[in-house]
Design a protein around this ligand. Structure first.
Ligand code: FES
Ligand SMILES: [Fe+2]
Length: 329
């Protein structure tokens, strides 16, 4: 797939959990490109095209040796910069620059490794600015989903599905009317305010149902944040971020970061709650046709909308404005 002229190739995307790299190189896919994520001798996360420049073997099948990525086929070793510094078949030979692996820009944030395929001016999605840093943050996932990244963002913004998909959890079958909210988009993203939902079990510690108030923001094409109403007594504001890696047009990898005031539950318990919620979303998400989000003028005739779709409509308008087209039709 040629993503060389896509806006999305110039954006940062999450490709792996930072902790995964402790177990060795990881094969990942971003925008249809096979990549390998690994950690070098400085402890820095690196992302290369997953193809050895020698005979094209997958570097992700290799290992990290002395802080260098070693190819599984003839053992060539690559430094963090991509430079080849050892060819075991010719131990005395100084490999030239042409023998380098192709490196992709990479960094770490929010417990994830991020990569971008091309230089660009867009900053990393700033969940740190959007979340209360006094709160504990727990990374949940990955969840692999057979659908496009924008379908997953829309599901995150969609409140009317709660009583059907999350009956007894984020919604209740008898309470189906979606209270009105406001949605607008600007250059920075989509802002949805004034949302309210009756939730029997809004978090792991809930013991009874309550009306929950929250806002949403879409801060990058495949990143959104839900903010719960501020806790007036404690002075903090819980949040959940959705981070989606667009692997191929119809396959995505999802992580959530919970910024939570829950100081009682263990990380595994909080992850189990998120696993249960997203396990309810996944089959419906994978059933949607087309898997690509209908965004073009021709494709948008495929779907109809109601007043409860304000947030997803704003997202579609904003996506059109950004020029991002990966995962849409
Ligand atoms: S294919 Fe990688 S070292 Fe030969
Ligand atoms: Fe859901």
């Amino acid at each position: 797939m040629d993503t060389s002229h896509c806006v999305e190739a110039t954006l940062w995307h999450p490709v792996a959990a930072a902790a995964e790299l402790e177990r060795g190189p990881r094969a990942v896919t971003l925008l249809g490109e096979d990549l390998v994520a690994w950690r070098d001798d400085q402890g820095r996360a690196r992302v290369f095209v997953d193809r050895c420049p020698h005979r094209g073997a997958r570097l992700s099948l290799g290992s990290v040796q002395d802080g260098r990525l070693a190819c599984p086929y003839h053992g060539w070793q690559f430094e963090g910069s991509g430079r080849c510094s050892r060819m075991p078949a010719q131990p005395g030979f100084e490999p030239p620059a042409s023998h380098a692996a192709r490196s992709v820009e990479a960094c770490e944030a929010h417990g994830l490794v991020w990569a971008r395929l091309q230089a660009g001016s867009a900053a990393l999605p700033d969940f740190a600015a959007a979340a209360d840093t006094r709160l504990r943050q727990v990374l949940c996932g990955p969840y692999d989903v057979a659908t496009s990244a924008p379908r997953i963002v829309e599901n995150f913004l969609d409140q009317a599905h709660f009583p059907f998909v999350h009956d007894g959890w984020l919604g209740e079958a008898g309470v189906t009317e979606t209270p009105p909210c406001q949605a607008r988009e600007d250059a920075a993203g989509v802002h949805v305010t004034g949302c309210r939902a009756w939730q029997p079990r809004s978090n792991r510690l809930s013991t009874e149902g309550s009306w929950v108030s929250y806002d949403y923001s879409v801060i990058a094409p495949y990143t959104a944040v839900l903010h719960k109403a501020p806790d007036a007594q404690a002075g903090h504001r819980e949040a959940i971020a959705l981070f989606v890696c667009p692997m191929t047009p119809e396959h995505s990898r999802v992580w959530f970061v919970q910024a939570t005031a829950d100081g009682v539950s263990g990380d595994a318990d909080l992850r189990a709650f998120q696993d249960a919620i997203f396990g309810q979303d996944k089959p419906v998400l994978e059933s949607q046709r087309p898997r690509l989000l209908p965004l073009s003028e021709a494709a948008s005739a495929l779907e109809v909308h109601g007043a409860a779709d304000l947030a997803t409509m704003a997202y579609r308008r904003w996506l059109r404005r950004t020029g991002v087209r990966f995962g849409t039709c």
